[in-house]
Write a protein that binds this ligand. Structure first.
Ligand code: SF4
Length: 734
């Protein structure tokens, strides 16, 4: 058809036949976008769209959210429970009762034979909060193993540890609205446009309006670094040195906020003494940032009316991860940048409900940031759950990363893995494989039956995913949002909550401990337990949360009864003097001596290996590897390699190369780019049997989080390019 002058070709959007839109929060990253999934007349999910009146995303979605409805029908979903005697045998279908009885019997058999802590439970940041709470009650109150943790140790444990050390409790103090008030933003090891695209959009909008300086600390020229006013290409693993030098400049030049320090902190003298050792000249030789730039950045940050810091895995996934978070908090505290509009230290969380597990799973303690180490907390929860307080351990057990080493050493004999895939996500895959092979019993509960870890399972329990379930999740800015069941789980798969409740029945024959069936009732129980605490959610319920498109905690029953509407956004904590969670209400300024324990390049392995995420994929690709558009945009593993290094090694664009570390080797396609310096390659971590065959995964002493981003490799040419291409296509897997 021809159009006349001035007529425009009308835009047409494909009519997918949507007859109903249903509400949820996105199930990928921690941004917490509100999403609606469109169902056609057959009740089939056929479209996704952003929710316009949601404060977080204001109608927008990223590449993952846009195709999220395809998740429900993706390949590899588990439709039936499966069992076998040994992990190398064929699966046989089972009914739910037999599978759950076997899980119960194996837990008790192993505990009776080897002790209560010889059975470990590892969960995730992907489930809904009511499910985390129920699993915590079951594990802490009935099963009684202390070796219970989540895969959040791989992404957020340094942030949790750092917040606890500085402020006395976990809980990010800021919110997205801070971008609209800040006068200076430092992003430490965070590539927002690819990792948290909608937070990036919020930040960019604010920056374009107000023009605040953006300072990006990252060894790689990421997309965010390309937007920065100042980019600091730091030597991997040396952030603490840069922070100490910045603090020295701030304190020496009297740019600190003495009133704030006096009213709100302890420890300024010890901090001052430590940072004295890190003058910019000395620091520059370690962290690779020249002395003048250190001074300029320190002054810009300290002189800003309100200054904000964000960070992600570049800080957390390091042997100094927890110290890095404390350093960020120290910088914020000495300049009075906590709890005020635009002044905050905000960890950008990883998984969609990493915050929910931090708040309610009892992995690292007891619900709502209570500690196993505090007798009053144990007594309070024991009374509420109707269990014996003596049944609780007196301190937290192993972190996830230590559990695998205990499996290797024969201390842990049984494992229940829930919605996590350690064979893909843990460093040093060969070692994890050996550890899994030694188990007497392993149960994998997951929505996919083809996850790499399921090959070592004796029992497989098919679970529902994301909006096949009912409940809530908490995002990066402490906003609790609702997930409604959009479609039921396929086949005989069941929501995780249903599975936990059925397992609980087997450990709770007399019915002493109550396990509500409905997520909305569990949420109200959690609300009771939250009264008067930092994360008080007692004013919320499921309906109010959905109606408000998410509510930030705290929102108390008193506020609701006073007629105070739930906050629309912009809610901060530690807004008043003396409100930190330590008993005296003060935050701690903690000195950070730097000990260089990174694996560093040497003659044999001369190149830094940096790993990270791509916008198209989510973690181990168990989901996005099966969603056509996400996988098509990024189908195979590749390395970013500096053109000068590629030329020195005789490597051409799109040639396959072999990367070799002290742990193993991996094949990837070479993509020359100036985004990485000559002594570094960047490898996305999403592909199975690739990045984690190489990574060292040395653990942070405080958070036990692995250092994924600082390993050393060498690069070898591959003569047989066709064989390498076949191997690479194999790694596409889905
Ligand atoms: Fe989902 Fe995160 Fe994308 Fe928002 S930014 S749509 S929460 S993946």
């Amino acid at each position: 058809m021809l159009f006349g002058r001035g007529k425009k070709n009308p835009v047409k959007i494909a009519d997918k036949g949507v007859v109903e839109w249903k509400y949820a929060a996105c199930g990928y990253c921690s941004t917490g976008c509100s999403i609606e999934v469109g169902l056609n007349a057959d009740g089939r999910p056929v479209a996704s769209r952003g929710v316009a009146d949601a404060d977080v995303n204001r109608g927008k979605l990223c590449l993952k959210g846009i195709f999220e409805h395809e998740l429900f029908t993706s390949a590899g979903r588990g439709l039936k429970p499966l069992m076998r005697e040994h992990w190398h045998q064929e699966w046989r279908p089972a009914d739910w009762n037999s599978a759950l009885d076997r899980l119960h019997d194996e837990i008790r058999r192993i505990q009776a034979k080897h002790g209560p802590d010889s059975f470990a439970i590892i969960s995730t940041g992907q489930m809904l909060t009511e499910e985390f709470y129920t699993l915590g009650k079951l594990t802490r109150g009935l099963i009684g193993t202390n070796n219970y943790d989540g895969n959040t140790t791989l992404c957020m444990s340094s942030a949790v540890s750092g917040y606890k050390r500085s402020f006395g409790s976990d809980g990010p103090p800021g919110c997205y609205e801070d971008f609209e008030h800040t006068d200076c933003l430092i992003a430490w090891g965070s590539n927002l446009p690819e990792q948290h695209p909608i937070i990036y959009w919020r930040m960019k909008e604010a920056q374009e309006k107000r023009g605040f300086p953006l300072i990006v600390v990252d060894p790689r020229v990421t997309m965010l670094a390309q937007n920065a006013n100042i980019h600091l290409p730091i030597t991997p693993g040396t952030d603490v040195v840069l922070m100490n030098a910045m603090m020295q400049v701030i304190l020496k030049e009297n740019l600190h906020d003495q009133r704030y320090i006096d009213a709100n902190t302890n420890g300024i003298e010890a901090l001052r003494a430590e940072v004295e050792k890190y003058d910019p000249v000395t620091a520059s030789k370690i962290c690779g940032i020249d002395e003048d730039t250190i001074r300029v950045v320190a002054r810009t940050f300290a002189k800003a009316g309100a200054a904000m810091q964000i960070w992600t895995m570049g800080i957390n996934q390091s042997t100094h991860g927890s110290d890095g978070v404390v350093g960020i908090n120290d910088l914020a505290l000495i300049t009075g940048n906590i709890g005020k509009p635009g002044g905050t230290s905000l960890s950008i969380t990883g998984q969609c409900n990493a915050m929910g597990t931090r708040e309610w799973s009892s992995c690292s303690g007891l619900p709502n940031y209570r500690y196993l180490e505090v007798p009053e907390h144990r007594a309070e929860i024991a009374k509420f759950w109707n269990v014996d307080p003596e049944f609780f351990p007196k301190k937290r057990g192993m972190y996830q990363t230590d559990i695998y080493q205990a499996m290797e050493a024969g201390q842990i004999k049984g494992l229940w893995l829930i919605a996590t895939n350690p064979l893909s996500s843990l460093p040093n895959t060969a070692r994890i494989r050996k550890a899994m092979e030694q188990l007497e019993f392993c149960c994998v509960q997951d929505c996919y039956q083809d996850s790499e870890s399921a090959q070592y399972a004796h029992v497989y329990l098919p679970a529902g995913t994301w909006a096949e379930k009912d409940g809530v999740m908490t995002n990066t800015e402490r906003r609790i949002n609702r997930i409604t069941p959009i479609t039921p789980p396929p086949g005989e798969a069941k929501p995780d909550l249903w599975i936990f409740n059925r397992v609980a029945e087997r450990f709770n024959r007399e019915g002493k401990v109550k396990f509500p069936e409905k997520a909305s009732d569990i949420f109200l129980e959690m609300g009771e337990l939250s009264k008067g605490r930092l994360a008080d959610i007692s004013g919320m319920n499921h309906e109010l949360i959905e109606h408000s498109r998410g509510i930030q905690w705290p929102y108390t029953l008193e506020q609701r009864e006073r007629g105070e509407a739930p906050p629309k956004g912009g809610k901060r904590i530690y807004t008043q003097d003396g409100t930190f969670s330590y008993p005296d209400g003060r935050a701690k300024l903690i000195p950070l001596p730097f000990i260089d324990n990174n694996e560093v390049p040497d003659d044999k392995f001369p190149i830094w290996l940096n790993t990270g995420r791509l916008i198209e994929h989510w973690h181990g690709r168990t989901k996005t590897g099966k969603i056509s558009n996400n996988n098509k945009f990024s189908p195979i593993p590749f390395i970013e390699i500096n053109p000068d290094l590629a030329s020195d090694l005789g490597i051409r664009r799109c040639e396959y190369v072999r990367l070799v570390s002290r742990r193993g080797d991996a094949v990837a396609m070479a993509q020359p780019t100036q985004r990485v310096p000559k002594n570094m390659v960047f490898l996305p971590f999403h592909f199975h049997d690739c990045a984690n065959r190489l990574t060292l995964g040395l653990l942070d002493p405080h958070s036990r989080q692995p250092a994924y981003k600082q390993s050393a490799v060498r690069i070898e040419k591959i003569a047989d390019q066709k064989a390498a291409a076949r191997l690479s296509m194999e790694m596409r897997k889905f």
